[in-house]
Design a protein around this ligand. Structure first.
Ligand SMILES: CC(C)(COP(=O)(O)OP(=O)(O)OC[C@H]1O[C@@H](n2cnc3c(N)ncnc32)[C@H](O)[C@@H]1OP(=O)(O)O)[C@@H](O)C(=O)NCCC(=O)NCCS
Length: 178
């Protein structure tokens, strides 16, 4: 039976890209993509990326703020890109970006982005398991890696899992700005 590797992995090893064309069933009465369908695809592409990095079953534990900046029209093509930013103990943060263009490739634009948190589970699909570290290489990967610790503390405070006074990375970040 293959064992999971807990060796550090490059971001590129789990980078995941998904493409969809917006069909009539995906739209609201204005002919734009429904926000809920977009969130579903974002969750799926992020879950595939997390599963590849962790080499395990994964569940969505949290989704950070998503805003819908630019409408996506019926018949347009969207590309969702998911990358792991950082691994913690049993959880990983995944960054998803959504791009749209028309069917001829015209009017390309970045429409949405969000950070997802997934927890790796063992084969019973109940117990969280350790995840492999992320090896950030490019300056963008390193920047996302560094800032992931602060985003994690914010979401743990908002979900009531830690107290604001115990947020060490956030405190250091604000102290360094002084
Ligand atoms: C996610 C889940 C497995 C966590 O279980 P748990 O008993 O709280 O486990 P733990 O306390 O050991 O936490 C496991 C990890 O989840 C993280 N976590 C849990 N809730 C979180 C939240 N709201 N935001 C960010 N991270 C969270 C913890 O920080 C921990 O990460 P770490 O090990 O890297 O530090 C459990 O809450 C669950 O099954 N939730 C439902 C998931 C689901 O069904 N998702 C689909 C949506 S319907």
């Amino acid at each position: 039976m293959p064992t999971r590797s807990l060796e550090p992995k490059k971001v590129s090893e789990s980078h995941t890209v998904m493409t969809e064309m917006i069909m009539p069933n995906d739209t609201n009465p204005m002919g734009n993509l429904m926000g809920g369908y977009l969130m579903r695809w974002m969750d799926i592409v992020a879950a595939i990326c997390a599963g590849r990095h962790c080499e395990s079953h994964v569940v969505t534990a949290a989704v950070d703020h998503i805003s819908f900046q630019k409408p996506i029209r019926l018949g347009e093509v969207i590309t969702l890109e998911a990358s792991v930013t950082r691994a913690f103990n049993t959880s990983v943060e995944i960054y998803v970006e959504v791009f749209a263009n028309d069917v001829k490739g015209q009017n390309p634009r970045r429409c949405n982005h969000a950070y997802f948190t997934f927890v790796a589970l063992d084969d019973s699909r109940k117990t969280p398991v350790e995840v492999p570290p992320v090896l950030p290489l490019s300056s963008e990967e390193q920047s996302l890696y560094e800032s992931a610790a602060r985003r994690r503390e914010i979401r743990l405070i908002l979900s009531g899992r830690i107290k604001a006074k115990d947020a060490t990375d956030l405190r250091k970040f604000f102290a360094d700005l002084d």
